[in-house]
Design a protein around this ligand. Sequence first.
Ligand SMILES: NC(=O)c1ccc[n+]([C@@H]2O[C@H](COP(=O)([O-])OP(=O)(O)OC[C@H]3O[C@@H](n4cnc5c(N)ncnc54)[C@H](O)[C@@H]3O)[C@@H](O)[C@H]2O)c1
Ligand SMILES: N[C@H](CO)Cc1c[nH]c[nH+]1
Ligand SMILES: [Zn+2]
Length: 434
Amino acid sequence: MSNPLTVRFTGPLRSLPAAARREIVERARAQEDVAVTKVVGQILARVKNEGDAALVALARELDRADLTKLEVPREALEEARDGLDPDVRRALERTRANLETVHGAFIPRVIEIESEPGILVGRRPDPLAAVGVYAPGGRAAYPSSVLMGVVPARVAGVPEIVVCSPPGKNGLPSQVVLAAAAIGGATRVFAIGGAQAIAALAFGTETVPRVDRIVGPGNAYVAEAKRQIAGNVGIDAPAGPSEILVIGDDTANPEHVARELAAQAEHDPEASCVALVVGDGLAAQVTEALTRVVVDRGEVVSASLGSRGAVLSIESLEEAWPFAADYAAEHLMLLVREPQAALAKVRHAGTVFLGDGSSVAFGDYMTGANHVLPTAGAGRSFSGLSTLDFVRFTTYQTVTREAAARMAGDVAVLAEAEGLRNHAAAAAAFGGAK
Ligand SMILES: NC(=O)c1ccc[n+]([C@@H]2O[C@H](COP(=O)([O-])OP(=O)(O)OC[C@H]3O[C@@H](n4cnc5c(N)ncnc54)[C@H](O)[C@@H]3O)[C@@H](O)[C@H]2O)c1
Ligand SMILES: N[C@H](CO)Cc1c[nH]c[nH+]1
Ligand SMILES: [Zn+2]
């Protein structure tokens, strides 16, 4: 590593100046960056107005790729899958199977309930007709993210699943991303990245179909593009640069804490990685371990930890819970003596990892939980990606003649109170009044 690794915030949490605490908790700066907002606004307008021509031009400008075709032919997907290293294929198929098991169990079912005798109300989940899945591909290729989006969509019954991922210099997303799209069951794949991919899926172009919902993680440009098009098309949670909050008591292994921070930091210089551990001694051990455990991508890890990282000591776990609720981490890791009891204290988190066996890397790749999760505090109001993102609900009701007769009077009372006498008349007619 060329730069020595430093962590931006260290020391006791209770001594942290209010401004520093705010800076850690409000790590949304990149998405609110006016420059990003402006650039993304311009990209969306170009794609909306110029369609495919803008996509080809933006691929040249931003991805340094000369595209002859935007859509990746089906044969190229199948060739990528068939040519994949057998170990990688087996691992991707294992991820797919676990996602199918977990997301199949989480799928919402039809619910029917009688609110009164003779009045049946139902709610039926209906799969969306077409969805877009963004798979990042700038600093790293993300075949795992392809599966995290495509598999739950397929399990939910979506017939058209369109994947977009940035092209490399050869004009195609990486082979392993293409293979994952085939393994997951994507119906179409386009070599389009960044904000322009989100625009193409939201507005449609000559070759890219307009979809009903766009999901998937990405960098600050992708997250901002999803935010800006949210009025036109459904989106999942804002899933931007990765983040982790590790909470550890005296049973936490400092090297494990450090490795978890380094793992999420390697995604992006804008990743936010924070540890709150009981005792100044343990905090110092974590900071020291960080200088030893980084095995790759040192520049990215250093940039992330140096600009946003925090290793803070607390006196007891009780100090951690209000901070954790405020921070609403994408990944919350509980390296504590009684993780299940600690889980009961958690208010906001994308997903939680309990105990010393549960590295976030397992959830990132294989447990079957989804790794597309709300970031930048969005965990206070959003959940991680699931089959719920791929359905909408149709409610329905049926009222028997007898129930209609019993209800018509009170409905007329409310309709009269609103000055809507035709409603009262309709209810009375169905209730059997002459
Ligand atoms: N929250 C989650 O669930 C989750 C899951 C996986 C990955 N991630 C995050 O996804 C992100 C992946 O980012 P990435 O950069 O590797 O890939 P990416 O595909 O998100 O972004 C690459 C694209 O960004 C665009 N871009 C780059 N610089 C630009 C500029 N100056 N102006 C306009 N557009 C520009 C380009 O179009 C490029 O194709 C990381 O931040 C990672 O932490 C998050
Ligand atoms: N940690 C990422 C979500 O923030 C997901 C991921 C994909 N590959 C490895 N990790
Ligand atoms: Zn990860």
